[in-house]
Design a protein around this ligand. Structure first.
Ligand code: SF4
Length: 335
């Protein structure tokens, strides 16, 4: 799949708030339990580039193990990338010192799939939501409580729930707390890492609508990581599809869903239930599991599972290139 670093590979609809270029995250794996010898690196993220504009949502999709969460954590520097660059509001995130990083963290927040994991079980919801403001030195205890009450009210939680402990709330209420924690710091970008995949479908819709309302009110940008493509279509302006640590297709959401250019995208979409029977796609069943990201690669990484693979797919690597204005894909079928 060659370079995913082409300028404009995932062109935004406006000036970039977040710009990620050639992001790499490799993990060293010990082989045979020996500390002396290490095996080939696991290429969790292998040259990913994209941009997100203010107020825009970029959906990042693909199967588990494709590298989506690693990208999200790397963007916020919650893990250290092995290479590449991350620029937010023109500032180099990976080179930022302690003080600058603290300021950046205020502007870049994350909502996790499992919000309870980020909450202290002994602290009230109100305390946990105001905690970020106190850590950042932006508010006194009283001010942080006031701010927490405001954002909890905005996400639909009551004053009584603000005094509750995490175990006293439902999954949907806890995800509202996760969103309130992010909002309390008044961010510009929120990385949403599978924020609704653990919730019931009816609750999912409520949380997605809340995220959309907040975006409209506050001009938030989202990097929305999910494997549920129907949800991603609903919330995203543009979508990037990841496979084995690389982006294999990116396009405006409607175009990607209506006319996917990469066989992997087509296979993912074929599993999405259609709104109407006439719009149903024939299910494409991918052979095998997503291969190990430690295996040496020759040719197109998707070739072992691709229903359209040709002879040259096992020999040559397709370049990630613009196939139409604003549409990028890495597949010989678009040549
Ligand atoms: Fe890769 Fe070939 Fe399939 Fe395109 S057709 S995705 S290049 S294996």
């Amino acid at each position: 799949m060659g370079s995913a670093t082409a300028p404009g590979a995932t062109a935004t609809t406006g000036p970039a708030l977040l710009e990620v270029t050639d992001l790499v995250k490799h993990y060293r794996i010990r082989s045979g339990g020996s500390m002396a010898h290490s095996g080939p690196p696991l290429r969790a993220v292998d040259g990913v580039s994209f941009r997100v504009a203010a107020g825009e949502t970029l959906g990042l999709v693909g199967e588990s193990g494709g590298g989506k969460t690693t990208v999200g954590l790397s963007v916020l520097r919650l893990i250290r990338p092995s290479g590449g660059s991350v620029t937010f509001e023109g500032r180099d995130v990976l080179a930022a010192g302690r003080t600058e990083m603290k300021a950046l963290r205020q502007r870049m927040q994350i909502v996790f799939q499992d919000p309870i994991g980020a909450l202290d079980p002994r602290k009230s919801i109100g305390d946990s939501v105001g905690e970020g403001l106190r850590i950042q030195g932006l508010a006194s205890r009283a001010q942080s409580h006031q701010r927490a009450a405001e954002v909890l009210d905005r996400v639909g939680l009551t004053a009584a729930q603000s005094r509750s402990l995490p175990h006293e709330l439902s999954g949907g209420q806890l995800q509202r707390v996760g969103i309130a924690r992010a909002l309390a710091l008044d961010p510009r970008l929120v990385v949403c890492d599978e924020p609704v995949s653990a919730l019931d479908v009816s609750i999912q819709a409520q949380i997605i609508n809340l995220l959309l309302d907040l975006q409209a009110e506050r001009g938030l940008a989202y990097l929305f990581i999910a494997h549920d493509l129907a949800l991603v279509r609903h919330i995203s302006d543009r979508v990037a599809v990841m496979y084995l640590g690389r982006i294999v297709e990116s396009a405006p959401a409607g175009e990607l869903f209506d006319n996917p250019a990469h066989p992997y995208t087509r296979a993912l979409l074929s599993a999405v239930p259609a709104d109407h029977p006439a719009a149903a796609r024939q299910r494409i069943v991918l052979r095998g599991e997503i291969p190990s990201a430690t295996a040496p690669q020759r040719g197109c990484p998707f070739a072992p599972r691709c229903p359209d693979a040709m002879a040259k797919c096992s020999e040559e690597t397709p370049e990630f290139k613009e196939i139409a204005p604003g549409r990028w894909a890495a597949c010989f079928l678009n040549d």
